[in-house]
Ligand binder design. Structure first.
Ligand code: ZN
Length: 432
């Protein structure tokens, strides 16, 4: 048996060596240059200085010289069935019901190729896609999904236009992306229903939103009693709740109800920041979507108007929350913004005051903690699943460049080589 297989071969081996890279392990510790990671049977089996590398026979070897090895990243807010930029467009009217399963296939692959080894889908993806990935029928990140988002009649979960066309049904392969929920009894029942269908996170609409035709981000969504019923019912199954909440008032309502994460948080104020800190809740500020100007050619006029008003202060508000030390998990809202450039979000977080090492943690171990999978992924530590990204970019010096998937040279998910540009582009030069 040889120990040095050619890079990029697709010969199957459950052993892999990534040799002599700078390791940034996701825990916030200092980078370790000249380190090697050994993967056996999907798990990280050994980490240490390249000179001490153990003899492992029959392993795929990837030379990490001049490269940086990070954990695989986690995007905590995506909509993988949504074709980005087309919401509200006339084409949506012509999509047949199950088109979303097929359009998701290249999106899932692009997400994985962008360095995302785990994605939390907060409305759209269902059990069929999850099973297809687990069985290897299609390629994609590990999925944690909400299935549908619980929201009130006329609110952000209600994507019916005035004429009755249901935008939410058009973007979801299996029916409505929202789940109309009015009153505590329905809140409990619908929570049970999405959990029955595999949800490992419950999404609630605490405020209105940009894309829903009949409400405003400054309107309340579910009320505190309804959200509290969801939180308690889900907690009995150890399932956390994520709240779409854009106004300061809706953020406070959701936190009072006990949610684990605030999605968007665009108008978070000092009172809400105080509650976030007190409760240890996570903020997922989805800046990739939030900071993108609305395109009048693609977006409905009502969406353009709401988005412009939200953008007036979102950067200031989110920066205040970051400065106050609110826990942040990386999420893009990809599906509303483009898929496949997810790590652009890291640069946005740094632009609003985060240190690059903290932004990396937001996209790795912090996000894993939010998803309650930090016991098995989210960092490069012994015994964890081998979810890894190798890049020629020094993330601490050039974090904005990670958003370009051409700079994501190697992606390993559960110990399997999913992307390897090193074979295809041997001349890839380290950049910083
Ligand atoms: Zn979203």
């Amino acid at each position: 048996m040889n120990t040095d297989r050619n890079q990029g071969t697709d010969q199957e081996s459950d052993r892999m060596i990534i040799r002599n890279a700078v390791i940034i392990d996701g825990t916030g510790g200092a980078p370790n240059p000249g380190y090697t990671v050994v993967v056996i049977a999907g798990k990280i089996d050994w980490i240490g200085p390249a000179a001490d590398e153990p003899n492992v026979v029959d392993a795929q070897v990837i030379d990490g010289t001049g490269m940086y090895l990070t954990p695989g990243f986690i995007d905590a807010h995506v909509h993988l069935t949504m074709p980005a930029g087309q919401l509200g467009g006339a084409r949506m009217l012509d999509l047949p019901p199950r088109y979303g399963y097929y359009s998701a296939i290249p999106i899932l692959k692009a997400t994985l190729d962008a360095g995302i080894t785990t994605a939390r889908d907060l409305g759209g993806i269902d059990m069929a896609t999850d099973v297809a990935i687990r069985e290897g029928i299609i390629e994609g990140p590990e999925l944690i999904y909400a299935y549908r988002a619980l929201g009130p009649t006329g609110g952000h979960g209600d994507f019916r236009t005035c004429c009755g066309f249901n935008l939410g049904q058009a973007v979801s392969p299996n029916g409505d992306i929202g789940f109309l929920t009015d009153g505590v009894d329905q809140a409990i029942r619908n929570t049970r229903e999405v959990m029955r269908l595999g949800a490992k996170v419950i999404k609630v609409m605490a405020s209105g939103g940009v894309w829903s035709p009949r409400d405003q981000p400054w309107h309340d969504g579910l009320n505190v009693d309804e959200m509290r019923a969801v939180v308690e019912e889900a907690a009995s199954h150890d399932v956390p709740v994520a709240a779409h909440a854009q106004s300061a008032r809706s953020i406070a309502n959701a936190l009072k109800a006990g949610v684990r994460s605030i999605e968007h948080a665009y108008e978070i104020d000092d009172a809400a920041i105080g509650l976030m800190l007190e409760r240890g809740a996570f903020m997922v500020p989805t800046l990739s979507t939030g900071t993108t100007p609305p395109d009048p050619a693609k977006a409905a006029p009502y969406a353009v108007e709401k988005k412009l008003r939200l953008q007036e202060k979102l950067q200031t508000c989110v920066a205040n929350a970051v400065a106050a030390g609110v826990r942040v998990a990386m999420g893009t809202d990809a599906g509303v913004c483009p898929h496949g450039t997810n790590l652009t979000e890291l640069g946005h977080l740094v632009d609003l005051g985060m240190k690059p090492i903290d932004a990396i943690n937001a996209g790795t171990l912090n996000a894993a903690e939010l998803l309650q999978i930090d016991n098995r992924t989210g960092s490069i530590e012994l015994g964890k699943e081998a979810d890894l990204v190798l890049t020629p970019v020094d993330p601490l010096a050039g974090i904005h460049q990670l958003g370009n998937p051409d700079n994501i040279a190697v992606v390993v998910a559960k110990g399997r080589l999913k992307k390897n540009l090193l074979a295809a582009i041997p001349a890839l030069e380290p950049v910083s």
